[in-house]
Design a protein. Structure first.
Length: 379
């Protein structure tokens, strides 16, 4: 999995070519790869037809599709799927990614990439912290849904249990005491004391972790998601004074795990937290009618002028046409014509690139049910 950064999105948004292909395929994690591959094969057949209709010669089509066909044999890709496989291709560029994103199956050839589905990754962009915690290794990260970076915690947080209790960590549940009984057997003391000592060591370690967190995160009120085994998380909650530990943790041992996979799990846990912003924006849409627009041409002009604060776009909807913003011309077509763009996509990308927020909604969640899009203006 690759994180989708804003910089990467901007690079895709700036691509212009006569043959920009965008493919979106919903996939199953650890599921039926035969079914996933068949979806891709069908999309490649559809792309071949579109390219031929646009005048590309057979040899050019074969060369263009070559890297896409090779994906069908990429065993590493099919072993590490997320919820969506997304592919972008033009005559000079080819890239693909897997993302934890709900997408509709589709393929489009135009003079720019179709990016609207990707914007769902950016409307839940609040900051949170991720603590990967265990007795052997802990790491602290600052993250959003699309970015993650590791905190430098040297000399502030203990990296492992040994940093707190020393290298002579007690491992046995029964502690041997020198001397012998009358029968010549070794003497042991305190049934269960070794287990109790081990728990005391862990608690001491977790208190040191908590102390370091307070120093590193003083003044922050963002939620802290803990990735750890259940026992460690339970103890950490008991000893920690950090008020914003998220009540649900990422359960498991992640000492050797790819941090991007842990990050994805943390985002799933935090979904209710991310949803808060969406709810607030819908309330604002409903209460401020003077700044609400939903006509596609008005939306396009407002987006290019940087006037849209929040945009709602209905999932699965397309408005085809061509636009020349420098000339102020916008054509809307009933059906898709050759190299047409989706004007909803154009409005959404400009809204986002100029600092606005974009929400993709089912029709039941749209503030304005009679239009495929609606926006709250800044002014």
């Amino acid at each position: 999995m690759t994180l989708l950064t804003k910089n990467r999105f901007e690079n895709l948004a700036n691509e212009r070519s006569r043959y920009c292909t965008s493919i979106y395929i919903p996939t199953e994690r650890g599921g039926n790869n035969k079914k996933n591959k068949l979806r891709l094969k069908n999309k490649l057949v559809a792309i071949e037809v579109q390219l031929s209709q646009l005048g590309m010669k057979t040899k050019e089509v074969d060369k263009y599709l070559e890297p896409l066909n090779k994906l069908l044999e990429d065993s590493d890709l099919w072993r590490h799927l997320s919820d969506a496989l997304i592919i972008f291709r033009n005559t000079n560029d080819f890239n693909y990614t897997t993302l934890p994103l709900d997408v509709e199956e589709m393929s489009i050839v135009s003079d720019r990439y179709y990016l609207l589905p990707l914007l769902s990754m950016f409307n839940e962009n609040a900051t949170f912290y991720l603590l990967v915690l265990s007795q052997k290794h802990n790491r602290l990260y600052e993250a959003t849904k699309n970015e993650i970076s590791e905190y430098i915690t040297e000399n502030v947080l203990p990296e492992k249990l040994e940093d707190t209790v020393g290298k002579d960590v007690k491992q046995k549940s029964l502690q041997f005491r020198s001397g012998q009984s009358q029968g010549g057997l070794g003497l042991y003391h305190g049934k269960g004391e070794g287990k109790d000592d081990k728990k005391k060591e862990i608690i001491k370690y977790l208190k040191d972790v908590d102390k370091g967190l307070k120093e590193l995160m003083e003044g922050n009120d963002a939620p802290l998601v803990v990735a750890s085994v259940d026992y460690i998380f339970s103890l950490f909650k008991e000893v920690s004074g950090y008020k914003n530990i998220y009540p649900v943790h990422v359960s498991g041992n992640y000492d050797e795990s790819d941090i991007l996979l842990v990050h994805e799990k943390a985002c799933e846990v935090l979904q209710p937290f991310f949803e808060k912003e969406r709810v607030l924006d819908k309330e604002k849409y409903s209460s401020d009618h003077d700044k609400v627009i939903f006509d596609i041409k008005a939306l396009y002009k407002a987006a290019n002028a940087g006037r849209i604060d929040t945009l709602f776009v209905q999932k699965g909807e397309f408005v085809w046409g061509k636009a020349e913003p420098e000339l102020g011309k916008i054509q809307v077509h009933e059906e898709k014509e050759a190299l047409d763009n989706c004007l909803l996509d154009a409005v959404a990308r400009q809204t986002f690139l100029k600092g606005g927020t974009v929400f993709r909604e089912e029709i039941s969640g749209m503030p304005e049910h009679n239009s495929p899009a609606g926006a709250i203006l800044r002014y």
